[in-house]
Design a protein around this ligand. Structure first.
Ligand SMILES: [Zn+2]
Length: 96
C-alpha cells in the first residue's frame, strides 16, 4: 500500500505534488501577496511550485497564476494589488 499523502495543486501550472514541494502564498493585512515562509500564517493560502533546489517559488508558475487570475479564485476575492512581496526568509536557513 502506498503511503497516503495529501496533495496540493499549483495555482499556476496545476501540477499536483506533496506540500513540501510548494511555496505557500498568503494575502497579508495590506492585501498584498506574500510568501508564507513558515507555512504558519492564518487564513487562506495558495500554493505555487518551488524552484528546484531553491526555497523560492517558481517564477513561471507565479506569472501563470497572475495571468489567469488564479489568485482571485484561491483567495475568493479580487486581488487588485498584484505586487508580490517576497518577504520570505527562505534561503540559507532552508526552513521553508
Ligand atoms: Zn507550478
Amino acid at each position: 500500500m502506498a503511503k497516503l499523502v495529501s496533495l496540493r495543486t499549483c495555482i499556476g501550472c496545476q501540477a499536483k505534488k506533496e506540500k513540501k514541494n510548494f511555496i505557500r502564498v498568503v494575502l497579508d493585512k495590506k492585501g498584498e501577496l506574500s510568501v508564507d515562509a513558515n507555512q504558519r500564517q492564518l487564513g487562506r493560502g495558495a500554493y505555487l511550485c518551488k524552484m528546484k533546489d531553491k526555497n523560492f517559488l517558481d517564477q513561471n508558475c507565479l506569472q501563470k497564476a497572475l495571468a489567469k487570475n488564479s489568485f482571485n479564485y484561491a483567495f475568493r476575492k479580487k486581488i487588485t494589488n498584484k505586487k508580490f512581496t517576497p518577504t520570505s526568509s527562505c534561503g540559507d536557513s532552508g526552513t521553508c
